[in-house]
Design a protein around this ligand. Structure first.
Ligand SMILES: Nc1ncnc2c1ncn2[C@@H]1O[C@H](COP(=O)(O)OP(=O)(O)OP(=O)(O)O)[C@@H](O)[C@H]1O
Ligand SMILES: [Mg+2]
Ligand SMILES: [Zn+2]
Length: 455
């Protein structure tokens, strides 16, 4: 009989200890330790499938044809770097209800249509529930197997039998292995299940997608622990109450991680948004009001035009409120400080609210100038011309710093019909864009003058 040993595992970060600890030495969380039992001898290394007889010379190593499986879902292929690599293990993580099952089921449908065999393991929903979703998404694939199952040994048996090309496990927190005695979703279980799936994927060349949930704090054990075990990690994010969804790769052993995919959630599933700018700018109200400015951020290789809205008003509180939606509050505080000190805009008795429309997050410094313009124009009750885009990073002394990829941003703005761009002044450089009236500015004050003079 296998010897049974127990250990205490931090459910937050996976730190292991022989006894109970009140506070985790690794991640400092309190009361996060749970006793987990496992049969000894089962705890093999995750990378065991790599073991070869002896070392080989680099020049002699043959590359097996790692074919990419294209999903034909353009935004997903873009994030993956051109499709799934055969035999890779991909983690798709996201908040509950964001659309993880939807996008994977759609992907399964597309991959089936190319003549491949697909197994969708559902550890959370019944076959009928998935059938209902498939009907809504209009998936009629013939070679798509649906398998409601939570036991990993059973799943393995079916993979051996069906020999699929593509497997989805929805979700990793809901499956369990007989090798580990703790409950499904615990750190030991998640690790063991991921190990087994990794073995299957690598040994048989089956592309595998595992779904993982994250909470709002983003600190649930599952996905964080899995991140270093899998080949690729993609996060599905967005505002549940708005229809945009953003797919972002955090780690990719076979491609770059700067690309994002943008989707819209519709009745019939997730729709690729190939021209996100039309969508984001559509939300802009046609009637312009003070406190609105259009910026050009750079998401991956694609510039995005986004509207920043600010509201400034006298505060009923002794310490006025500063609220930032879609951008970092400390960034907002810094911009306000520069506006007060370098431009002389007195905001000390004013509440300031700043909002990025479209439900996306802007964390690029190039948005600074647009944010400052939205605030300044609102405070002075003037309007920024609606055909103007604003690009630039603000330094602490009120100077405007250059930003990367400026030409690409300007081209996108011109393509969308904008007429004028306020940009950082750069020595010895001509802006080559001929379709836009370019206004280079050195200081924050110059930018304000450029915005306000026409109003
Ligand atoms: N009839 C519908 N029309 C439009 N959107 C729908 C419809 N039904 C569901 N949705 C969208 O799909 C989302 C749920 O998608 P899905 O089940 O794929 O999410 P999930 O990330 O797998 O969730 P879970 O964490 O529960 O597994 C809902 O939040 C909603 O936005
Ligand atoms: Mg789901
Ligand atoms: Zn910990």
């Amino acid at each position: 009989m296998a010897k049974v040993k127990s250990k205490w595992v931090c459910q937050n970060c996976g730190y292991e200890s022989a006894g109970y600890l009140g506070k985790c030495p690794q991640c400092s969380s309190w009361a996060s330790f749970v006793e987990e039992v496992e049969a000894s001898g089962q705890n093999k290394s995750a990378q065991e499938f790599l073991n070869t007889e002896k070392p080989a010379l680099l020049k002699d190593i043959e590359i097996d044809d790692k074919v990419r499986i294209k999903t034909e879902i353009s935004e997903l292929d873009r994030v993956l770097g051109g499709g799934f690599i055969q035999g890779s293990l991909v983690l798709l993580a996201g908040d509950p209800g964001i659309g993880k099952s939807t996008i994977t089921l759609q992907t399964c449908g597309r991959i089936c249509d190319t003549g491949k065999k697909v197994l969708y393991v559902s550890a959370e929903e019944s076959a009928q529930q998935i059938k209902l979703r498939a009907e809504r998404l209009r998936i009629k694939s013939e070679k798509l197997y649906i398998y409601p199952q939570t036991n990993l040994e059973n799943i393995k048996k079916q993979i051996d039998e069906i020999k699929p090309d593509f497997v989805v496990v929805d979700s990793i927190q809901a499956v369990y292995s007989n090798n580990v005695e703790s409950s499904a979703g615990s750190v030991s279980q998640i690790r063991e299940c991921c190990n087994i799936l990794m073995h299957i994927a690598k040994a048989k060349g089956i592309t595998t997608v595992v779904i993982g949930h994250v909470t709002k704090e983003g600190n649930i054990a599952g996905p964080k622990i899995l991140e270093h075990m899998v080949d690729t990690v993609i996060y599905f994010e967005g505002d549940k109450y708005k229809s945009f969804r953003i797919l972002r790769s955090i780690k990719n052993r076979f491609g770059n991680t700067s690309e994002v995919g943008i989707f819209e959630m519709c009745e019939s599933g997730l729709r690729c948004v190939n021209n996100p700018n039309e969508l984001f700018l559509n939300e802009r109200s046609q009637i312009t009001s003070p406190g609105s400015a259009i910026i050009v951020t750079n998401e991956g290789t694609r510039p995005l035009l986004v509207e920043i809205q600010a509201l400034v008003g006298s505060s009923p509180y002794p310490s006025p409120r500063r609220v930032a939606n879609g951008l970092d509050t400390s960034r907002l505080l810094q911009i306000l400080a520069v506006l007060e000190k370098r431009v002389g805009l007195n905001l000390s008795k004013q509440d300031v609210y700043v909002n990025v429309t479209g439900g996306i997050d802007v964390d690029e410094p190039s948005a600074d100038l647009g944010i400052a313009m939205a605030i300044a124009t609102c405070a002075r009750d003037v309007v920024v011309d609606t055909s103007t885009v604003i690009i630039g990073e603000i330094g602490l002394s009120g100077e405007i710093h250059p930003v990367n990829n400026i030409e690409k941003r300007l081209n996108e703005a011109a393509a969308l019909g904008f007429k004028k761009a306020i940009v950082p002044y750069v020595t010895n450089s001509d802006y080559t864009n001929k379709k836009l009236e370019i206004v280079p500015v050195k200081r924050l004050m110059d930018a304000i003058m450029a915005c306000v003079s026409k109003a």
